[in-house]
Design a binder for this molecule. Structure first.
Ligand SMILES: [Zn+2]
Length: 444
């Protein structure tokens, strides 16, 4: 019985593998260091990066994919890609991507999901000389733009080809060690800077909420983020970095990775503006990750908001399944490290500063399952700077001086938190030691 069943299953699988697959569409989006192409397909394809690929050209072989009349597909160069075409190869197809500069390809298949009934083959291209020159690390002094690195990079074809279906995206963002960006010796004695990643919510095709006056959330968040970065750059002991500095889409997972793996951020602050069907809803609020996972929240308001913010990836066209066990692990790590508890401390300090000039929608730090906050090792918060759906607040949110005030309040909160809970090895810890020494000297 069993053998018969297995044989039947095998022949079924063979039929599936051999059946021709149709290309239904091709989509793409880019950030400065990353370009993603997604090929929508009628079924799971066979695929393999061709050994004929070169540093300037990625060739992806799709032996069981049917030729699709080229004019029915919109193939557009985007980001790191200067040219894209499907070419006939045997009975199947080959996708050719010509690159402006050397980039590492990572290819994986996403299974059908609620939002996407078909299979999606994802080709991620990560710039090889992707360095602070691309996502600028702000420093108070003007930095001469680094010379163009025309590095003929060895072989960019990293070969993880027949990737299992639900591999998480984890783009291998190369990490400049923080030692490389450490301050000069005298400053080093005083401890390192606390790295604060400022994440302007939404971007590109993901506009975020839209106000009655047609103001986009993605525009407001970038303006506040830039103002916060500018003001924070002037504060000793803090080093602000932006996860995005332009109008482009970044998946939620990648925002965390840029902050943690690329910049080694200690603190992550995601900037947003709220939306509600009730036009009267108003006020700022601060959110941390919920201790109990994605399906619990401190209020209905928090849960609804988390659901909406988590849709950003779907708007951007991707859906990376995050399993409950993965989330459980992340939460366990965050509890052990205390980063969740510290997120609540920081959130409280920011709320205290915000209430000085802005109405608050909630007077305590709310918690829910925000995908963008699920990163162990960082104190992570999401700040909703008021309701863009409220006419009065929408007018405030586009006002440059109001944006500066909001940014200033967040900065004050961060400074206050860093003084209360100085991270070991940082300038704030050193400052506290100095103060203790001075007091001891005075007593003696
Ligand atoms: Zn938002």
């Amino acid at each position: 019985m069993k053998r018969v069943y297995l044989a039947g299953l095998l022949s079924l699988l063979c039929i599936q593998v051999q059946a021709a697959v149709d290309v239904l569409g091709v989509r793409s989006w880019s950030s400065p260091a990353h370009t993603r192409y997604v090929i929508d397909l009628s079924a799971a394809p066979n695929y393999q990066l061709s050994p004929d690929s070169t540093p300037g050209q990625v060739l992806l072989d799709l032996p069981n994919v049917e030729q699709t009349p080229a004019h029915t597909l919109k193939l557009k160069p985007d980001g790191l890609v200067s040219g894209i075409a499907f070419e006939a190869m045997g009975g199947g197809l080959r996708l050719r991507l010509d690159l402006h500069d050397a980039a590492s390809p990572v290819v994986f298949l996403l299974p059908p999901a609620t939002q996407h009934p078909g299979y999606r083959l994802v080709i991620d291209l990560i710039a090889q000389d992707e360095a602070p020159a691309v996502l600028p690390v702000p420093t108070p002094s003007p930095v001469p733009s680094s010379p163009p690195v025309s590095s003929p990079v060895s072989s960019p074809v990293s070969t993880p080809v027949s990737t299992p279906v639900s591999t998480p995206v984890s783009t291998p963002v190369s990490t400049p060690t923080s030692a490389a960006t450490m301050p000069s010796p005298p400053a080093a004695l005083a401890g390192r800077d606390v790295v604060v990643a400022i994440d302007a919510g939404h971007g590109g095709q993901d506009t975020g909420a839209i106000g009655p006056g047609a103001v986009y959330e993605k525009t407001v968040t970038l303006a506040i983020a830039r103002s916060l970065q500018k003001q924070m750059a002037g504060v000793k002991g803090l080093r602000p970095v932006l996860t995005r500095d332009g109008d482009y889409f970044i998946p939620l997972v990648e925002r965390r990775e840029i902050a943690r793996r690329h910049y080694h951020a200690d603190i992550f602050i995601s900037i947003h503006a709220d939306a509600s069907p009730s036009r009267g809803a108003s006020g700022a609020s601060v959110f941390a990750l919920s201790l109990k996972g994605a399906n619990t929240a401190t209020s209905r308001f928090a849960r609804a908001l988390a659901e909406r913010e988590n849709q950003a990836d779907q708007v951007g066209g991707i859906k990376v399944p995050e399993h409950d066990d993965v989330l459980a692990g992340v939460l366990a790590d965050m509890v052990v490290e205390g980063s969740l508890e510290h997120s609540l401390h920081l959130g409280g300090d920011i709320l205290d500063e915000l209430k000085g000039f802005s109405p608050l929608h909630s007077h305590h730090v709310e918690q829910a399952g925000f995908a963008v906050l699920k990163e162990p090792g960082m104190v992570s918060l999401l700040v909703e700077n008021g309701f863009i759906t409220n006419r009065r607040e929408e007018r405030h949110l586009v006002d440059a001086s109001y944006q500066e005030q909001l940014a200033h309040a967040i900065l004050q909160g961060v400074e206050r938190y860093c003084r209360h809970y100085p991270l070991p090895g940082t300038y704030f810890a050193w400052q506290r030691q100095q103060a203790a020494r001075t007091r001891t000297a005075e007593v003696n």
